[in-house]
Design a binder for this molecule. Structure first.
Ligand code: UTP
Length: 289
């Protein structure tokens, strides 16, 4: 079955990037010239997704404004003949059918996903974490959707991370199938180095079936006193198994200060308007380090 619906949880507190995220959601922090969440919606659209539900909370109204017409700005750009600038903003209101819902209390990623139950109905759906930007030739979520069609099981996007990060993310019990595909039979959120299964962690992308909602309604709160999506997916991994896809793009963690810097440097080195100047600038400052 083709995946047509995606949800983007973007209702976290963003404490790791304060004070930048105090009044501006971390999902709206820019990578060169586009907010993180625009890269994520564009990735979903490239993979054939038509309907996107963004889960927001108080103070995140600017995400809605970003994907709407800005009548005043567009009229002014048209009147001044600024066609290039207009071409950057006008299509944003038509990227996909974008819907919004609020998570009233920040009770964790699992709780944010639970807000999407009515939107999802009885179809499989994609989840793209609002602060994980993945840049690559092939949309990462498209690779996961293909794996869903191929293996008929829920899918998570995985990458190997260092011990420093595995304790902050999740750890997968994996067996290699072939190429970029793995079979996952268990997982744990925020493990210790003693309880980790491997250094493979979920990095911001999943394809799930609606059964996840019943599991999320039944499981207890997990790490950090939050309802953890990983805990619900672990139930599926242990019973039916989950497919892991070591996706081909590069992932940037926009919920972390260093991740934001890396994203801006690497994308800046490929962006036509900044790449030459940035390359020279990096060489110049590197020679003084
Ligand atoms: P994180 O764990 O990175 O979000 O969740 P956070 O709570 O904002 O992080 P810190 O630790 O305070 O810095 C991953 C994704 O899930 C969303 C976040 O917005 C982020 O895109 N999320 C998290 C929700 O939508 N609701 C929640 O209750 C928690």
């Amino acid at each position: 079955m083709k995946i047509k619906k995606a949800i983007i949880p973007a209702a976290g507190l963003g404490t790791r990037v304060l004070p930048a995220s105090k009044a501006c959601p971390k999902e709206m922090l820019p990578i060169v010239d586009k907010p993180a969440i625009q890269y994520i919606v564009e990735e979903a659209v490239k993979a054939g997704i038509t309907d996107v539900l963004i889960i927001t909370n108080r103070g995140k109204g600017i995400i809605e404004d970003h994907f709407d017409h800005s009548f005043e700005l567009e009229t002014m750009l048209k009147a001044r003949g600024k066609t290039e600038a207009l071409a950057q903003v006008e299509p944003l209101a038509h990227l996909a059918n974008i819907y919004f819902i609020r998570q009233k209390e920040t009770r964790g990623l699992g709780d944010a996903v639970l807000r999407a139950k009515e939107f999802v109905g009885d179809e499989p759906f994609a989840v793209l974490y609002g602060d994980d930007v993945i840049i690559g030739e092939i949309p990462a979520i498209g690779e996961l959707c293909e794996a869903y069609e191929r293996y008929g099981k829920s899918v998570v996007g995985i990458k190997e991370v260092s011990d420093e990060y595995i304790v902050k993310y999740s750890s997968m019990k994996t067996e290699h199938i072939d190429g970029q595909f793995y079979s996952i039979t268990d997982m744990i959120e925020k493990p210790s180095l003693e309880t980790k299964f491997s250094n493979f962690s979920i990095l911001g992308r999943c394809v799930l079936e609606p059964e996840i909602f019943n599991i999320l309604s039944e499981i207890p709160l997990g790490a950090g006193g939050e309802l953890q999506l990983t805990d619900a997916m672990a139930v599926i991994a242990r019973t039916k198994g989950i497919t892991g896809v070591d996706f081909s793009g590069t992932r940037y963690d926009m919920g972390n200060k260093f991740g934001i810097l890396k994203a801006n440097i690497e994308v800046g080195l490929t962006h036509p308007e900044t790449k030459d100047e940035l390359r020279e600038y990096i060489k110049e400052i590197a020679s003084k380090l």
